[in-house]
Design a protein around this ligand. Structure first.
Ligand SMILES: NC(=O)c1ccc[n+]([C@@H]2O[C@H](COP(=O)([O-])OP(=O)(O)OC[C@H]3O[C@@H](n4cnc5c(N)ncnc54)[C@H](O)[C@@H]3O)[C@@H](O)[C@H]2O)c1
Length: 255
């Protein structure tokens, strides 16, 4: 029996990177997976490939920064699947090259990053948590970053959203614990995904060899490394874990 047998899990940003790896892993462990992704082609392709390989997945094109889109997505989940057990808030944008230190950061870019990373998180929790409660409880998995744990320069809008994600995780853990909803957070870094290509490799000052030499595990993480942690948090094995922030960064933030 799979570790998520009988559960329905919605994953935002499941068209690529960590979200895609989690969608595939959750489905392999028996969950019905809802792919909430703004980019239609990869989102549909992830759901199709899960269904073709014997799993169950539903793609709903969703822009988490658009409240109406989020309301519509959770209505479809409620009407077509009747329950929700796991809400994995994974989608974010980084906007490397546009995000910057506050004095150099354009107000437009600030709002753009907050609209996805923070408003999107808020909308998904606002409309997703009632479905978890109606299903008798469940798990919310939020996504911060090393940028939410230590100071990382030149991406202040992203950093602000990732710090806020940790604070919101803790307040929601307190608020929804009595409803049997566990709220935890993963803070990754250095996972080899399109976001890292955008954030590190577009920066002319980035030196991969030096970066790896100062990373205790001396390697990039893979999307599956984070998906495995999300699987644990989604499963009943984490039944007494609430309000936790799991820093999954190869040790970068403890150096
Ligand atoms: N990769 C890393 O090293 C790293 C480090 C720290 C934190 N994180 C966090 O992990 C999460 C996943 O990162 P990733 O590296 O897989 O990113 P990614 O950019 O590779 O994938 C993000 C996915 O989210 C989707 N998305 C973007 N905006 C959306 C929106 N408005 N609505 C719905 N979907 C949207 C994208 O289309 C994409 O499929 C993010 O929250 C990110 O901040 C990643």
């Amino acid at each position: 029996m799979g570790r998520l047998e009988g559960k329905t899990a919605a994953i935002t940003g499941a068209g690529g990177g960590i979200g895609k790896a989690a969608a595939e892993l959750f489905a392999a462990e028996g969950a019905v997976v809802v792919v909430l992704e703004t980019d239609e082609k990869p989102g549909r392709s992830v759901a199709d490939s899960i269904n073709d390989s014997g799993g169950r997945a539903l793609f709903i094109q969703t822009d988490i920064s658009d409240e109406k889109s989020v309301i519509a997505a959770f209505s479809v989940i409620e009407e077509s699947l009747g329950r929700l057990d796991v809400l994995y808030n994974n989608a974010s944008v980084f906007l490397g090259g546009s995000d910057a230190s506050v004095t150099k950061l354009s107000t437009t870019v600030w709002h753009k990053i907050l609209s996805v990373n923070l408003n999107g998180l808020f909308y998904c929790c606002k409309y997703g948590i009632p479905l978890l409660i109606n299903s008798g409880g469940g798990a919310v998995i939020n996504t911060s970053s090393s940028a939410g744990v230590i100071g990382i320069p030149k991406c202040d809008a992203y950093t602000a959203t990732k710090g806020a994600t940790i604070s919101l995780t803790k307040s929601m853990a307190v608020e929804y614990g009595p409803h049997n909803v566990r709220v935890n957070c993963i803070a990754p870094a250095a996972i080899a995904t399109p976001m890292v290509l955008e954030s590190n490799f577009k920066d002319p000052e980035f030196d991969e060899q030096r970066f790896l030499a100062t990373t205790p595990l001396r390697k990039w993480g893979q999307p599956e490394d984070i998906a495995g942690i999300a699987l644990f948090l989604a499963s009943d094995e984490a039944s007494y874990l609430n309000g936790a922030v799991i820093v999954a960064d190869g040790g970068i933030t403890v150096v």
